[in-house]
Design a protein around this ligand. Structure first.
Ligand SMILES: [Zn+2]
Length: 326
């Protein structure tokens, strides 16, 4: 019995000794060592972090928003791998360095918008509403290319140079083309083509009435032929005034039926003709001002009564004077 007691007592002593030493070892380990993560990227050791969660959150946020303007996302092929280990407390962690390594391995994708005209990228803007505003402004201005212009969303690894909305509209705007009149050979008194359509050709100058009187014959088809001017009946000797300023290119007798004729060139391809005059008050080559008296009403040439035969020609094509006057 006594022997057993002694044996027990020594066992307890031994056990407590073992326990105490284990606690001492454990506290020594905790005091000297700490759990830490060793980080590798693509199998290569890059450093240590104490806080795996924080570092990974920082990396995830960077992949989502990147740095700077217009970043769509950052693509990172190799993400870090973490392995827990116990290391001495004085080990240096390097979260910033690891983060920079991850960042540098990433490819940044930028998102912006291209304005394309017939599939060709013309310029770039940062935001969708800017692109939309450009399109809308071109439509409002009735730009000739408004139906060929579109927006394309771009994802690129480099950012483009952006154009402001105002500059973009100015650069892209194309004025509507107005159909040009057919240019014919040099106008001659005896022959000219006539505009018989209802299209009014813009002259680019303003005309005023050469005489006031009654219209006795209109421009257009008459007795199977083309009447290329407007006849204005007025008493013999009524002054005929230049319809606009210009240079007199003909002043004298015309054998083609116009009798005494004055022709004035106004520039812009516009000429005016004054026929059947009784007499002429200007000379060839003279510069005349608008309203200046150039001749007097008569009935010379192929004419049956006192009237002014008045023609307007644009690039050699006669036009209906009543589209502009009377
Ligand atoms: Zn006539």
């Amino acid at each position: 019995m006594k022997k057993i007691l002694i044996y027990l007592r020594s066992s307890v002593k031994l056990i407590s000794l073992v326990v105490i030493s284990l606690i001492l070892i454990a506290s020594a380990v905790i005091f000297i060592y700490k759990p830490i993560y060793s980080v590798t990227i693509d199998g290569e050791f890059v450093g240590y972090t104490e806080n795996k969660g924080d570092l990974q959150t920082r990396i995830n946020d960077y992949m989502k928003i990147g740095e700077g303007e217009n970043v769509a996302f950052v693509q990172i092929d190799e993400l870090p791998e973490y392995k827990m280990c116990l290391l001495k407390k004085d080990i240096v962690t390097n979260d910033d360095e690891i983060f920079d390594k991850v960042k540098n391995s990433g490819v940044t994708y930028y998102k912006y918008y291209a304005i394309v005209e017939k599939e060709e990228e013309k310029l770039y803007v940062s935001k969708f509403d800017e692109a939309e505003s450009i399109i809308n402004q071109l439509k409002e201005k009735d730009s000739n290319n408004k139906d060929d212009i579109n927006i394309i969303e771009k994802y690129e690894t480099s950012c483009a140079d952006f154009t402001s909305v105002e500059d973009a509209v100015n650069k892209l705007y194309v004025k509507k083309v107005v159909a040009k009149p057919k240019i014919t050979s040099v106008a001659r008194v005896s022959s000219s083509t006539a505009n018989t359509s209802s299209t009014v050709v813009p002259l680019g100058i303003t005309l005023s009435k050469p005489v006031s009187g009654t219209i006795s014959s209109r421009y257009g088809r008459r007795w199977g032929t083309m009447h290329k001017g407007l006849d204005i009946a007025a008493p013999y000797g009524t002054p005929v005034k230049a319809a606009a300023a210009g240079t007199v290119t003909q002043a004298g007798w015309n054998s083609g039926g116009y009798g005494y004729l004055v022709v004035i060139s106004h520039g812009n391809g516009v000429e005016t003709y004054y026929g059947h005059c009784s007499s002429i008050a200007t000379t060839k080559g003279a510069k005349v001002s608008a309203g200046q008296v150039i001749s007097y009403v008569g009935s010379t040439g192929d004419s049956t009564g006192n009237h002014l035969h008045f023609e307007i020609r644009k690039n050699g094509v006669t036009q209906n004077p009543q589209n502009y006057l009377y």
